[in-house]
Design a protein. Structure first.
Length: 128
């Protein structure tokens, strides 16, 4: 469903037609390329989750060890757990937002690739 809404906006930008017409075109393109769309969307979700977890865990570990081993923080912070938790929460929110934008742009590029493939009669004209 997420891919269809992004495909609709790409179709509006490409064809300069109305919302309903663009939605039907986007659905048609997605239905014709269902395997490619599902594979790409599945990989996008997998790498988004992997990236968010990696960034969150990396920031949390970095914050924890910074508090434990940097003398400036050792003197001022008594509980490393709270600072680590807040750092991980902020890293999670920022990385989830950022990586979801990258996933949306990947879906848009894939939709443009399908349109190029369809318009050019089965050949790729601009997507090389």
């Amino acid at each position: 469903m997420r891919f269809l809404s992004e495909g609709t906006y790409v179709q509006i930008a490409i064809s300069a037609q109305g919302y309903c017409t663009s939605t039907f075109k986007a659905f048609d393109i997605i239905a014709n390329n269902a395997i490619k769309v599902s594979l790409t969307d599945g990989l996008s979700i997998f790498f988004t989750v992997l990236g968010v977890l990696g960034i969150t865990i990396g920031v949390a570990v970095g914050a924890y060890f910074s508090i434990l081993y940097i003398p400036f923080y050792q003197e001022r912070i008594n509980d490393a757990f709270i600072v680590t938790l807040v750092s991980a929460l902020i890293a999670f929110v920022v990385s989830a937002i950022y990586l979801s934008m990258i996933g949306g742009s990947a879906s848009s590029v894939l939709q443009c690739y399908f349109v190029d493939h369809e318009v050019s009669g089965g050949k790729i004209r601009y997507g090389n």
